[in-house]
Design a protein around this ligand. Sequence first.
Ligand code: NAP
Length: 273
Amino acid sequence: MFKNQVVWITGASSGIGEALAQEFAREGARLILSARREEALAAVAEKCSAAAAVHIVPFDIAEETAIQPAVDQVVATAGRIDLLINNAGISQRSSTIETELSTYRKLFEVDVFGQIALTKAVLPIMLEQGNGHLAVTASVAGKIGAPFRTGYCAAKHAMMGFFDSLRTEVAHKSIRVTTITPGYIRTSISENAVRGDGKTFGKTDEAIAGGMEVGPAAEAIMRGFRKGKQEIPVGVGMEMHALRIKRYFPNLLFKIMNKQYAKVAKSNQLETQ
Ligand SMILES: NC(=O)c1ccc[n+]([C@@H]2O[C@H](COP(=O)([O-])OP(=O)(O)OC[C@H]3O[C@@H](n4cnc5c(N)ncnc54)[C@H](OP(=O)(O)O)[C@@H]3O)[C@@H](O)[C@H]2O)c1
């Protein structure tokens, strides 16, 4: 299905993006891999030898001036873009009271404005092609509020709104939009998450350590793409049930979440410590 298709994955230097790159390589796609760390991207590219072609295009998605040159490079290299997976992202581990406004801005620059800027730069190319597919790795955090993640949850809710809204505008122009809503997946996400002062959290927390393995998560996302799903939930923990509870019994979910956090706070095992 994706043979010789040009698939551009951001956040491809580790975690979900890296695992997705390997999945699309097995499908024989022509891959473009992006993230900031060039060496890590090159290492992922080596693992994607089954792909029809692999190119790395390193850039910082939070740097507005880096977006258009990256898009130009992809078009010059591949000639077209069939699927863009907006997967780059950073999480947060800090309470609202200890989170500086600059940290909220940092989260939004990467998780929101970077994704919007790149999508806006790619959209005219897809319109010109007369088809295309835009995807975003949002999160269960884009549907449910969780403690110590006010910035991250706000950013992922924003992405769900942006891409659900965009879908309505472009569906009749043969451009598909897919939102991916993972639960806890075992990646470096909590290690790379920001604390209140913007510094890196630096460790894998319990929730992520107990999450779904990244390989099976990428396989599940691939199955969703193959079936043409517009929203792909992926995960194995209680958070996936929470999605359904939030949808049908929001007050029950708020009660459960409040109770759980109160228990954690009482035992003084705050995830941010
Ligand atoms: N793991 C989970 O439990 C989970 C759950 C729901 C949603 N997600 C989402 O899944 C996506 C991938 O995360 P992951 O779990 O795979 O974590 P990860 O291993 O930390 O991967 C994050 C990726 O984003 C890239 N990135 C971060 N900041 C960037 C920037 N300023 N510019 C360009 N690239 C940047 C990183 O590459 P460089 O450092 O090389 O730039 C890396 O490739 C994120 O959007 C995350 O929010 C993850």
